[in-house]
Design a protein around this ligand. Structure first.
Ligand SMILES: [Zn+2]
Ligand SMILES: [Zn+2]
Ligand SMILES: [Zn+2]
Length: 754
């Protein structure tokens, strides 16, 4: 008795070897019919014995290719019909597509084996890939994802490659970027002036140049990297000089996990993250190792390591035989360079050599950055490997929404139906170059998703470039979203929470509804509304924005506030320059150019400057991070604090802590001990604050969000302290910082315009 079934699979099922896998399973079960990509995922029509059909449904729901992710699987009976075997039918083009392009996938073990096998036809071929691995998002021009609409369109497959591509039993069946040395992209070695050096073995020459201390621009998956020998202080210093980058840590690529363990202490979840298909840069505790020049991450106990994710990287690292700095190729703070002409023009004075190739990068996409917090990954930058993987929403948006994100670490978010897609990391929008890349990126993602937004969400801050962009868009419906409400809503979205939550939002700065800078907040919020229940006593930022680069100004303001204008031994703090300090003190006393800010990040800046004697930050948050990382492992203790009630709003007063901490510092207690007590105090005080809010508002689930929760000690400590009271959520899919905020903007805009 023959029966027929139509099975509809929705999720990450295109470009990940799903159809060939279905083909193999169906053929083994003796079924007839077809499988094809369509606008919403993959549809299978299968005919045969009921038991075989059951077997197929069973296989689909329990087992599938490693990079696939099934979100839903539905089947219906259809009338049986005769089919000639089982086939993979051509994709159906269409509009209103909800399936995005797949994210880029790190080279799989089978492909790595081939490129190091002298008898394989792909031996040392840097563009080897298969259905389980290779470029996807960064080479896609349009959807659905098929070779003619990728940057591989210009390469005609040779007979051998075509046979693999056409053979349903081959690992490269319908692998869109399939290529080999005969028919695929090729490497090219250029000098600093862009002249072709006609190298017979560019990888080998580049490896030699790197070992000799050169700076090489290497075209990767989502853009160019600048590479130097990470074990050579001279080479790293040279790169810093040419790139005009003082102190910001560089990411380092190592050959494999074994090499990584020589440079850093690595736990099991950290090892898994390093080896994941997304291959982010993972922040790890650095070991004192001669293989790593201190200039890679000056004055920083962490190091960002990543493993090779393209065949080119694998081959290069094997040839060089040392760790390489692999930092996004750009001038400070500009977007990553991804086009050849642009690379040659903008990197001419930085790179000695260019290792490039003729497979165009369509969309720029930086490396993602992650670390393990409370036993699981937290994304600090969500980009290559994750973008454009959709984030499923608990309920569909009423109308398509474009959320424009914040100002720093910008990402945007497009949502339609029951998914939201965050764009790649764009960077800090105050740069013109960045702004152009932002607009291009939004246009392309709209095309990929076949989605025209009807609602535009943006940050309440009137001066953000993303706000101006939102207001210039033609769509009539626009929603301004308060910064910290958006942070909380992003956690609500990713954890599918329903109803109000208590959101602890600690970050640097965000625009409050009263026009002041918030950033140490406890909100009771749902997607549609929020109430500000508690905040951190504000500190004056003498000189406004300047105080962020010169945190001694914040330290001085904290001292003056804690001691009612008369702190002990003001000039005993080496971070505070005496002459400028006198002027700033006067300005603070008169309240001139000293806006008050509630940001928790600023507290870290100010206290860190005082105790560590570091008055300036060479990059945003440097001193705050140093203060966090100074905390001694075994040290514990608490300082006193106060909680004031100002009507409905509670205010956390940390002046008693500042006084006690300063006295211990002046008495010679080491910084590691003070920082540990500082963290313990924040955990304890925040838990007390949340307890009071729960009593007043209700025992809702709790979420920890905002850039300060990249701080593992704070996040883990507070999670542990709050967990006895109820469920506590950390971010797992989107960054806790401003890189994740666009998802929350989508939620708020949708909820308030339904
Ligand atoms: Zn592969
Ligand atoms: Zn070929
Ligand atoms: Zn923020």
């Amino acid at each position: 008795m023959h029966q027929g079934r139509r099975i509809e699979v929705v999720g990450i099922v295109q470009g990940v070897g799903f159809r060939p896998w279905v083909y193999r399973v169906a053929t083994q079960l003796g079924l007839q019919g077809q499988v094809r990509n369509d606008v919403s995922g993959v549809t299978v029509e299968a005919f045969g014995e009921p038991s075989a059909l059951d077997g197929l449904v069973q296989a689909l729901s329990s087992d599938h290719p490693p990079a696939a992710e099934i979100r839903s699987l539905r089947w219906t009976e259809i009338p049986p019909r005769e089919a000639a075997g089982f086939v993979i039918a051509p994709s159906l083009p269409g509009t209103g597509r909800r399936v995005s392009i797949p994210a880029d996938l790190a080279t799989c073990p089978a492909c790595v084996e081939e490129i190091f096998d002298p008898s394989d036809r792909r031996h040392r071929y840097p563009f080897t890939n298969c259905t389980d691995c290779g470029p996807r998002f960064t080479i896609a021009l349009d959807a659905p994802y098929d070779r003619p609409v990728t940057s591989m369109a210009g390469f005609v497959m040779c007979d051998a490659c075509q046979r693999e591509y056409d053979d349903p039993l081959d690992r490269r069946f319908h692998a869109q970027p399939n290529a080999c040395p005969r028919c695929g992209p090729r490497l090219q070695l250029l000098d600093a002036h862009g002249r072709d050096l006609k190298s017979a073995d560019p990888l080998h020459e580049v490896a030699a140049a790197l070992r000799a201390g050169s700076v090489v621009a290497v075209k990767g998956l989502g853009g160019y990297h600048l590479a130097v020998d990470a074990s050579s202080p001279e080479a790293v210093r040279l790169l810093r000089e040419r790139k005009r980058r003082d102190a910001k840590p560089f990411a380092v690529m190592v050959r494999d996990l074994r090499e990584a363990r020589k440079l850093a202490t690595i736990s099991e979840p950290e090892a898994k993250l390093l080896e994941s298909v997304e291959r982010p840069v993972v922040l790890l505790r650095a070991k004192r190792a001669r293989a790593l020049a201190p200039e890679v991450a000056p004055d920083n106990p962490l190091v960002g390591l990543m493993l090779p994710y393209t065949p080119l990287h694998h081959l290069l690292l094997a040839d060089v035989e040392r760790p390489l700095v692999m930092t996004s190729a750009n001038l400070s703070d500009e977007p990553i360079v991804f086009e050849e002409a642009e690379a040659l023009d903008r990197l001419r004075d930085i790179a000695d050599l260019f290792l490039t190739h003729d497979r165009p990068i369509v969309t720029r996409c930086d490396d993602s950055v992650a670390r393990v917090v409370a036993g699981a990954p937290v994304l600090l930058r969500r980009s290559r490997g994750w973008v454009p993987r959709p984030i499923p929403l608990a309920r569909p948006v009423a109308r398509p929404v474009l959320a424009c994100g914040a100002q720093l670490k910008n990402t945007f978010c497009l949502a339609a139906g029951d998914v939201a897609v965050l764009g790649p990391h764009v960077g800090d929008l105050d740069q013109l170059e960045v702004h152009r890349s932002y607009e291009e990126s939004i246009d392309r993602m709209q095309r990929f998703l076949g989605c025209r937004p009807e609602v535009i969400a943006y940050d309440l801050h009137p001066d953000y470039a993303s706000t101006r962009y939102a207001l210039d868009r033609p769509e009539p419906v626009k929603v301004a979203v308060q910064h910290h409400h958006a942070h909380v809503a992003s956690a609500i979205a990713e954890h599918h929470l329903d109803g109000p939550v208590i959101g602890v939002v600690f970050d640097g700065t965000g625009y409050g509804t009263d026009g002041s800078a918030w950033g140490g907040e406890v909100l009771v919020a749902s997607a549609g509304a929020f109430q500000r229940c508690a905040t951190l006593r504000p500190v004056a930022l003498a000189g406004g924005e300047r105080a962020i680069r010169e945190p001694w100004r914040i330290g001085l303001a904290l001292l003056l506030d804690a001691y009612d204008g008369d702190p002990p031994g003001l000039w005993n703090f080496p971070a505070i320059p005496e002459a400028a300090g006198v002027l700033v003190r006067q300005a603070l006393a008169r309240g001139v150019n000293a806006p008050k800010a509630h940001g928790m990040g600023r507290l870290f800046d100010g206290v860190g400057a005082l105790v560590l004697g570091r008055g300036t930050s060479r990059y945003e948050g440097e001193v705050a991070l140093a203060w966090n990382l100074a905390a001694g492992a075994g040290a514990h203790g608490r300082y006193p604090f106060g909680i004031d009630s100002r009507g409905a709003l509670l205010e956390l007063d940390l002046r008693p802590m500042v006084r006690a901490l300063v006295e211990e510092h002046l008495a010679g207690v080491p910084a590691g001990h003070l920082s540990a007590k500082f963290h313990d105090t924040l955990v304890h005080a925040t838990a007390a604050l949340v307890g009071m809010v729960r009593e007043r508002a209700g025992g809702f689930p709790m979420v920890l969000t905002g850039g300060c929760f990249q701080n593992a000690r704070l996040a883990e400590g507070l999670k542990a302290a709050l967990e006895p009271e109820g469920k506590v959520y950390l971010h797992r899919q989107v960054p806790p910082g401003d890189g994740g905020i666009a998802l929350g903007q989508v939620m708020v805009a949708d909820a308030t315009t339904r």
